[in-house]
Structures are given as structure tokens and as C-alpha cells.
Design a protein around this ligand. Structure first.
Ligand SMILES: Nc1ncnc2c1ncn2[C@@H]1O[C@H](COP(=O)(O)OP(=O)(O)OP(=O)(O)O)[C@@H](O)[C@H]1O
Ligand SMILES: [Mg+2]
Length: 238
């Protein structure tokens, strides 16, 4: 579904991504882990088009998108939820989602956008908050709105950056269920997450990054037992 070859990005002297090779298979849930500053968000920014790589190539559904602007990637079916949630605060949940639905695919009519919004509101459990201004939501509801906004663009592949950060364990479990429902609805998912129980529960495969490089890739149990991964997490002071 997605193929990344030799992807590299520097910020001055910092190498945030270096020679990243990666494939995402249709229908899978792929977890991305790694210590703070490992380059996880940079990788998602390169995939969603917020950043352009210094080198390398990105292919999505067989088409090269390395230089495509973010909105074109969204239109092609590459959706993105952000680590920091920024809804329009005075607009209702419903209105925020209409923006996502209308922006996500050009030529979408109002009726069709309303249907999409009804669907994602039901899926994400936001129905009781549909008319609430986004600025009045709790953190958990904010996270749901951000997921719903990304879903309203009707992605085939959804990129999630720490959508569970700051949630209590019970809330994180609910979010795990929600991401499972999203996958069951036919969406492929790539997610960055620090909470290891969540990664273990959700990911079919796990990519481990350290200093901008992929240092391990495989099933959770394999990568958790990998000495290089253990060293990245435990072995040195940062
Ligand atoms: N826009 C930027 N300008 C300069 N340096 C950046 C920029 N974005 C990221 N970096 C640096 O690149 C490296 C990778 O950052 P990135 O945010 O991708 O890490 P991360 O794995 O997402 O970390 P975290 O787990 O803390 O979210 C870090 O050293 C960071 O300081
Ligand atoms: Mg990050």
C-alpha cells in the first residue's frame, strides 16, 4: 500500500531520518516506536507531506508521491491525525467534521459530506457532543474529534501520531477498541505510540526507530526481545 525507500531528512546538524526503508501492507496495523527524538513524527510528516525529504522516495498505491503537497495526499486517501489537536474552537464538533469531509475530497456535495460526518460521529462515539463547540471538549473527546476529523477525509491509510498521549489507562483501552473498529471498516493504520501495552495489543507489526533509522521491524515479541531495541530504550542516557 505504501513503500518508502531511502528516506532521509536533516535539520541542520540533526539527522531526523536516515535511509528509512519501509512497506505498509493493506489492512494491517503498523506500530511505530522509539525513544524521544528518534524521528517518528518526522517520518509521519514526510509521509503526509508536511515535510519534503532530502533524499528517498515514497510510493502510495503504486504512485510516487514524494513531492506531492499534503492536500493531494489526503485526496488520494492518505489521512493524518496530529499529536497536537487543533480544532476550530468556536465551531461545533459537527461543523469541524464537515470541514474535514468537504476538504478531504474535492467535489464532495453537502449531502454526501453530511452522511460521512454522521458515520464518523457514530464510529467515534461523539454523537452526544455533535453540537458542542470543539473548544469545550475534554482531552478524551478532543482526541476522538481529531481521529474523527481524519476519518472524515475518508482515508485508505490513516497515520496516527500519539493519539492516546495523556489518556488514562481505561480511556486508552477504549481508544484501542476504536482503532480496531477503524481497521475493521477497511482502513489501514500506521500509529506512533509510547504506551507499550497499547502497541502490544494493537500492532500486527512494529517498527522501531532510533536516531532517524529503522533499527528493528517485526512482531511485537520479536522486537521487544531484540538487544538493539533494548539498548535504545535502556542503554544510554539522553
Ligand atoms: N522542524 C524541526 N526543526 C528542527 N529540528 C527538528 C524539527 N522537527 C524535528 N526535529 C528534530 O529531529 C529529531 C527527531 O524529532 P521527531 O519529532 O521526529 O522525534 P519523535 O521520535 O517524534 O520524538 P517524540 O517521541 O518526542 O515525539 C529531534 O532531534 C528533533 O529535535
Ligand atoms: Mg513525536
Amino acid at each position: 500500500m505504501l513503500r518508502v525507500e531511502g528516506l532521509s531528512k536533516r535539520f541542520g546538524g540533526i539527522v531526523a531520518a536516515y535511509g528509512v526503508n519501509l512497506e505498509v501492507h493493506p489492512g494491517e496495523i503498523l506500530g511505530v516506536i522509539g525513544p524521544n527524538g528518534a524521528g517518528k513524527s518526522t517520518l509521519l510528516n514526510l509521509l503526509s507531506g508536511l515535510l519534503r525529504p532530502d533524499a528517498g522516495r515514497i510510493e502510495f498505491l503504486g504512485e510516487e508521491i514524494t513531492q506531492a503537497p499534503p492536500e493531494v495526499r489526503t485526496w488520494k486517501g492518505l489521512g493524518r491525525a496530529f499529536q497536537i489537536v487543533q480544532p476550530f474552537p468556536e465551531m461545533s464538533v459537527w461543523e469541524n467534521l464537515m470541514v474535514g469531509a468537504l476538504y478531504g475530497k474535492p467535489g464532495t456535495g453537502l449531502k454526501q459530506a453530511q452522511r460521512v460526518v454522521e458515520e464518523v460521529i457514530a464510529l467515534t462515539g461523539l454523537a452526544p457532543k455533535a453540537q458542542t463547540p470543539a473548544g469545550e471538549l475534554t482531552l478524551l473527546e478532543d482526541k476522538r474529534l481529531e481521529l474523527a476529523r481524519a476519518l472524515a477525509t475518508r482515508p485508505k491509510l490513516l497515520l496516527l501520531d500519539e493519539v492516546m498521549a495523556g489518556l488514562r489507562p481505561a480511556e486508552a483501552l477504549e481508544a484501542v477498541e476504536l482503532i480496531r473498529r477503524i481497521r475493521a471498516s477497511g482502513v489501514t493504520v500506521v500509529f506512533i505510540e509510547h504506551l507499550m501495552p497499547v502497541v502490544q495489543a494493537l500492532a500486527d507489526r512494529v517498527v522501531v526507530m532510533d536516531y532517524g533509522q529503522v533499527i528493528a521491524l517485526g512482531h511485537y515479541d520479536e522486537v521487544a526481545a531484540n538487544p538493539r531495541v533494548r539498548e535504545a530504550y535502556l542503554g544510554r542516557a539522553r
